[in-house]
Design a protein around this ligand. Sequence first.
Ligand SMILES: Cc1cc2nc3c(=O)[nH]c(=O)nc-3n(C[C@H](O)[C@H](O)[C@H](O)COP(=O)(O)OP(=O)(O)OC[C@H]3O[C@@H](n4cnc5c(N)ncnc54)[C@H](O)[C@@H]3O)c2cc1C
Length: 396
Amino acid sequence: MSTLLGRPPVADIMLDDEQSAARAEFADFVDRAIVPVAGDLHRAQRTPPELIRTLADVGYLGLPVPREYGGGGCDAVTLGLLAGELGRGCSSLRSLLTVHTMVAHVLARWGTREQRNSWLPRLAAGSSIAALALSEPEVGSDAGAVRTRITPTDGGFLVDGRKRWITYGHVADVFLVVGRGPDGPTAVLVERDRAGVRTNLITDLIGIRASMTADIRFDQVRVPEANLVGRVGLGTTQVAGTALDLGRYTVAWGSVGIIEACLRASVRYVNDREQFGVLIREHQLVRRMVSDMFADYRAARLLCLDAGLRRDRRDPTALPAAALAKYRASTAAVRAATDAVQLHGANGCSDSYPVQRYLGDAKVMEIIEGSTQLHQVGLADYAFQEFAAVSMGSQP
Ligand SMILES: Cc1cc2nc3c(=O)[nH]c(=O)nc-3n(C[C@H](O)[C@H](O)[C@H](O)COP(=O)(O)OP(=O)(O)OC[C@H]3O[C@@H](n4cnc5c(N)ncnc54)[C@H](O)[C@@H]3O)c2cc1C
């Protein structure tokens, strides 16, 4: 674990013993099982099934699923620590954790007893992989405008439409599909093996290239009424809202992981490369880039911990805290990765060094789970709420 002046990093002082031990275990796993292969996964644009199995076998895919369903029942901070370590090693695998746990979280919160009993043990064990199918070719940020039709029919629903950019959609066993019914936004589970489901792998993404992201056609797919998740009409506000809140939180942590990876690579490089007769770490402008990266890392990590502690206390401010953490951490990750490439010079432009991968991955973090611009527009509302009392008070 990294240290500052021989002491534990400031952020870690906020962890209890169990959380610190969990982080050490995650870090060790990522160093052994993920860091050595992450570049190959990126180049192959593929996650081998055995690696997904390994993540499942160590219990990480089910870590936040309640214990009664066979999961790890971990707290939000611990989930964040896992997302951070996975993000440090491989953003694609971090995104698997994100989408899979988003669906599990929705089912734990809004699923019927039958859905919880049927799906959560499988998701906890990782014997089934879940994906969130919300975005469409014509619909992204404006999630309420989805066009996929979810129409009531005899004893169930017909799902008809197209979903795009679905992370791990090419290998997922079940999709949480958010669409539109006659009575408003509706969410249903659609199993991959139902007639009318077709997935196509999307390749050549800028980042999270191993994430088996798919374009999916749902052609008059029939699902039973038992597959309805939450209430008809609340598919976006309740179901997608719950999923995206958790997704945002883990993406924030994943972004912190990218910044940490940039720091590790950059510190190693500037301590090794010489120009003008000295190590490049001696040049002031090089030091500035490392200092900024370090400050961004600490600040983003503290925002993530703050969001996690609020989640664990079921504090109503957990939601804006996750949005704030995601906004700050993802934009900082892009800055850090840009500087990491810069510090590596021409080597940073080649894929012989990992920083090129970090830059593409960081850019994706700014687009998913609410783009930077949506947060720039939306976070002001929370500031207005939080500081309204002050501005109406006696202060000038
Ligand atoms: C690699 C990857 C994986 C993904 N995985 C999934 C997944 O698993 N499941 C899923 O459902 N979706 C997924 N997505 C889709 C993702 O959620 C969308 O890309 C995201 O919501 C943005 O939508 P969009 O791409 O259609 O951009 P648009 O919404 O079209 O936005 C385009 C630009 O306009 C800006 N903009 C839009 N509205 C506003 C506004 N009101 N104010 C200011 N600026 C605005 C945006 O910030 C952006 O810069 C994934 C995307 C990527 C790239």
